[in-house]
Design a binder for this molecule. Structure first.
Ligand SMILES: [Fe+2]
Length: 233
């Protein structure tokens, strides 16, 4: 194996993906899940999985620079160590371990301009691949969402963006339809309304992938769907 000569006068100062094994192996975990996991017999999910793989392959082939972002925490990241611990014990241990290696470099943020107050302590996401970096890509977003125990993530949808979650740790439900365990893949097509609830004992960590037009990924215009009825709940 050869390594780049960083002492050469013209050596690049910005590390690239191929020189950043922790980020590269994290992408390999995503690639394995979207390459070798099952589509459950759904042609819609099969084609989504291929679009994620194609975006990943194009990014890895382009060997983009790793753009540093400021590492940040939010209240919910107090649950992150527990989520990683749970992830390392179950079906998604490879992803959890790879994520642990980059934990000091993650930028945790909120996805909405107007965040419901109760959600501010219970939710955050971090992007690892996308137009803001740290791994640059304009056709795909990859990242993680972290929820505290006993959280309700209100109903919302994504215009022109298709989304999938792969459960890494914890138990959760979407639209009251099922309880998802580590390893489950959940697909939300463009415009599909969804609402998430998490179990009351442990945090929940999901890996996500977004595919869509570059201009929409740059400005996803995330809005929570207003309740249709005046009564709350
Ligand atoms: Fe969503």
């Amino acid at each position: 194996m050869t390594f780049p000569d960083t002492t050469a006068p013209d050596a690049p100062t910005t590390p690239r993906l191929a020189d950043s094994p922790d980020w590269l192996y994290l992408l390999r975990e995503f690639d394995s899940l979207y390459r070798f996991g099952s589509d459950g017999g759904s042609s819609v999910i099969r084609s989504h999985r291929k679009r994620v793989r194609d975006g990943l392959s194009a990014t890895i082939a382009a060997n983009p620079p790793i753009t540093p972002r400021e590492a940040t925490t939010l209240p919910v990241t107090a649950h992150f160590a527990r989520a990683l611990d749970l992830g390392e014990r179950a079906a998604m241990q490879g992803m959890a371990r790879a994520l642990r290696e980059v934990r000091s470099w993650l930028t945790w943020e909120y996805g909405y301009e107007q965040m419901p107050k109760p959600l501010m302590r219970k939710y955050a996401f971090c992007e690892i691949l996308g137009q803001k970096g740290p791994i640059l890509s304009d056709r795909l977003n990859l990242g993680f969402v972290l929820f505290a125990p006993n959280t309700t993530y209100p109903q919302h949808s994504h215009h022109e963006i298709e989304e999938s979650y792969i459960s890494v740790a914890g138990a959760w439900s979407e639209n009251n339809g099922a309880v998802y365990a580590p390893g489950s893949l959940i697909y939300n097509g463009s415009g599909v309304e969804h609402r998430i609830t998490t179990g009351d004992r442990d945090p929940c960590l999901l890996a996500y992938a977004w595919v869509g037009p570059a201009q929409r990924l740059a400005a996803p215009d995330m809005k929570l769907t207003p309740p249709r009825r005046s009564k709350s709940g």
